[in-house]
Ligand binder design. Sequence first.
Ligand code: ADP
Length: 191
Amino acid sequence: MLNIILFGPPGAGKGTQAIKIAEKFNLIHISTGDLLRAEVKAGTDLGNAAKNLMDKGILVSDEIVTGMIDSKIGHNLSAKGFIFDGFPRTLNQAEALDALLAKYNLSITSTLSLEVDEEELYKRISLRGKLSGRVDDQDRHTFLKRMQVYRTETAPLKKYYSDKGILNAVNGIGEIEDIFVALCDEITPKM
Ligand code: ADP
């Protein structure tokens, strides 16, 4: 199996690129943000618990997101592989993912880190907020909170994956197609 983590700050383009990669390599795309927003929309207990945190830019509990991932993997064991988008976001989630994959004799093939500076991220998020109506994209204060959460909780995972020798950085600024080609160039040799 080809198991890819698409890593990067909010607005780095993970969702856009994950869809394209999933299509090209025939992988199951797992976005914890999308899964959570679907729960919110459906008005489930889980969604109601998550909504308030998401709107404020705070992470939902590791147990909730790890549970969602567990079920997605368990239901797709005959897939060619997975692309994880927005997960893991904490060291605890990264360790849980390793344990979960190990249970099925699987492991992460590569972690692709999309590198984008903060000014560009803010521009993209503001535009996305206007187009999509996402509450967490619409105000600067929430953006700054998400960046702070990213820096303290998520960015340290770069060391976790580089220590394992599976971190690959890719420039996330430029044309969507050019970035996609650069990501594919990292994936293809690992197949
Ligand atoms: P972005 O990558 O632009 O921040 P996402 O759609 O990935 O957007 O996430 C939106 C929100 O959903 C996060 O701010 C957080 O509240 C919640 N969320 C998504 N993924 C996770 C996760 N792995 N762990 C905890 N919370 C998460």
